[in-house]
Design a protein around this ligand. Structure first.
Ligand code: ZN
Length: 87
């Protein structure tokens, strides 16, 4: 397996990460991502950390937290994704 190939898959995971975590993906795409995430430690870590932030974010919105905290959490999620995809 070449690094390039691996990178393409990682990019795909990043591109579809929010859909994946929102459980909006179905069928072959979902299977493909799940398979890759299980095999790739980078993506595994990435998914894990974003999932944690999203859970925090959801708890925060459910608790009616101040809007600026919600915005900050959104920002953290966005930046975490940009760090992975932005190069
Ligand atoms: Zn990966």
């Amino acid at each position: 397996m070449s690094d390039e190939c691996r990178h393409e898959d990682c990019k795909k995971v990043n591109d579809l990460l929010s859909e994946f975590l929102d459980e909006e993906l179905k069928g072959a795409v979902l299977l493909e991502l799940k398979e890759h995430i299980e095999k790739c430690p980078d993506c595994h870590l990435n998914v894990d950390s974003v999932r944690k932030v999203i859970r925090l974010y959801r708890d925060a919105t459910e608790c009616d937290c101040p809007v600026d905290i919600q915005i900050r959490l959104k920002d953290v999620i966005r930046r975490a994704r940009e760090e992975e995809t932005g190069r």
